[in-house]
Design a protein around this ligand. Structure first.
Ligand code: B12
Ligand code: SF4
Ligand code: SF4
Length: 236
């Protein structure tokens, strides 16, 4: 999270009705590299200011309890969709950490502002949020379309609402995300050809097109075979 909006909320929405959809965080270059580079620059600035400190940068790159730490540090509260959100930025941001061997001033946890809202739970098409604050990863579209290596269970047919890589539904419906400002990080801009992809193009996607559009994106994680599996699954 930073004040110059290096979040993952794009200014353009690639999810017009009927179109196949990928999660917003994967529109541009892979956040693992973009955010880690920024953390390194931040670390150098800290060292310039206060002298030598040892530190390591993490962004979804090691078994760090990122939401728990962020919540303890007062960056937001953990919402009923299990994501960390706050009143200024909603939840469309990554969590990243610099772990350093210096003692810093720190903030404490803040209040939970979900209140009586259940929009995320009501909107989840696979019922992956069976109770407030609990996401059943094994029912989440994000898991099926990104992490699962095997075939997607047939019982999920017709539920994915055209999501073929990740899912943003429980964030798109969150009232706090109405306040989320678009990012200003050029490396998170969608590849120009992504916007031009029509449903027929997705269905016929070749290795050449996949490499061109997603070479630097987090979508690479599924490889072409995984993406094709997802496209076939939502299409049939
Ligand atoms: C596994 C994982 C998944 C799994 C399972 C998610 C789940 N909710 O269980 C799958 C593949 C489904 C997934 C999906 C997504 N993920 Co994910 N995921 C992770 C990952 C790698 C590990 C999380 C985990 O299970 N840790 C183990 C548990 C034990 O630790 P923990 O998360 O810190 O949980 C602690 C606290 O949260 C707290 N806690 C948990 N629940 C509750 C409830 C209450 C009431 C309280 C008080 C405390 C509390 O206690 C836990 C133990 O200390 C993290 C990165 C990371 N290193 O944390 C990203 C991460 C959580 N994912 C992220 C994102 C963006 C997503 C997606 C939105 C991506 C997408 N668009 O498709 C979806 C959203 C789905 C959803 N609603 O959760 C971001 C969230 C950013 C944010 N604003 O919170 C993270 C932090 C990655 C990052 N560095 O940015 N994800
Ligand atoms: S990411 Fe999609 S499938 Fe997963 S919990 Fe949220 S709405 Fe449900
Ligand atoms: S949609 Fe409502 S319940 Fe869900 S995280 Fe946002 S404010 Fe909380």
């Amino acid at each position: 999270m930073s004040k110059d909006h290096s979040n993952n909320n794009p200014s353009s929405d690639e999810t017009s009705p009927g179109k196949l959809k990928i999660a917003k965080y994967a529109y541009g270059e892979d956040y693992h590299f973009v955010v880690k580079n920024r953390l390194k620059v931040f670390m150098e600035k800290i060292q310039d200011k206060i002298g030598h400190v040892n530190g390591r940068a993490f962004v979804d790159s090691a078994p760090v309890h990122e939401r728990a730490w962020a919540q303890k540090a007062g960056l937001g509260w953990i919402g009923k969709n299990s994501l960390l959100l706050n009143r200024n930025m909603g939840s469309f941001f990554f969590l990243a950490e610099l772990v350093m061997d210096i003692e810093l001033d720190y903030d404490g946890p803040i209040k939970d502002y979900c209140g009586s809202c259940t929009a995320c739970m009501d909107a989840c098409p696979t019922d992956a949020i069976p109770q407030p604050y609990v996401v059943d990863g094994s029912r989440c579209i994000s898991y099926f379309t990104i992490e699962l290596k095997a075939e997607i269970p047939l019982g999920q047919k017709g539920k994915f609402e055209n999501w073929v890589f990740g899912c943003d539904i429980c964030q798109d419906v969150c009232p706090w995300n109405r306040l989320s400002k678009p990012h200003s990080e050029p490396r998170f801009e969608p590849h120009p050809d992504l916007e031009k992809l029509k449903t027929e193009d997705w269905r016929e996607i070749t290795e050449e097109v996949f490499q061109r559009i997603f070479k630097k994106s987090a979508v690479k994680r599924t490889k072409l075979t995984g993406l094709k599996r997802n496209i076939d699954f939502v299409g049939k």
